[in-house]
Design a protein. Structure first.
Length: 129
C-alpha cells in the first residue's frame, strides 16, 4: 500500500442515544487488497484507563468490529451490521459502553494500520459527546 492511499483526512465521533457514531473520512478508497484497520484510541486524562475501538478490513471488506480494554485485557466484538462504508467514508456504530468510565476530560485520537503496521497515529478527532 502506498502511503498516499487511504490516509485519514477527517475523523469525528458523536453520541446518538446509546451509540457512538464514529466517521472516518479517508483519502482515496479502502484498499482492495491486504489488511486495513481504522480506529480510535481513548483514554482517561491520566491514561490509567485506555480503550481501542477498531474496524478491520481484509481485501476491501469489513471482517472485524471491536473494542479492547487495555486495563482489563478484554476484547469485545460487535456485529458487523454496525459498520458501513462507501467510497472514502467508513462509519462504525459503537456502543457507548465502549468508552464508559473514561470521564469528561478523556483524550481521544484516531489511527490506521495497513498490513499489520502502523500507518497513522495521533490523528485529531472532532468530538460531539
Amino acid at each position: 500500500m502506498s502511503t498516499h492511499d487511504a490516509l485519514l483526512k477527517h475523523v469525528s465521533i458523536k453520541a446518538q442515544d446509546s451509540t457512538l457514531v464514529a466517521t472516518f473520512d479517508i483519502e482515496g478508497n479502502i484498499p482492495g487488497a491486504g489488511a486495513y484497520v481504522v480506529g480510535l484510541v481513548a483514554a482517561s486524562p491520566d491514561y490509567s484507563s485506555q480503550r481501542r475501538l477498531g474496524i478491520e478490513f481484509m481485501n476491501g471488506e469489513a471482517i472485524a468490529f471491536y473494542s479492547f480494554s487495555h486495563e482489563q485485557g478484554t476484547e469485545e466484538n460487535y456485529d458487523l451490521s454496525g459498520v458501513s462504508h462507501s467510497g472514502n467514508t467508513i462509519t462504525g456504530n459503537f456502543p457507548t459502553a465502549a468508552i464508559h468510565g473514561l470521564g469528561k476530560g478523556h483524550v481521544m485520537s484516531a489511527f490506521s494500520e495497513a498490513d499489520g503496521r502502523e500507518f497513522q497515529s495521533g490523528v485529531a478527532v472532532e468530538e460531539a459527546l
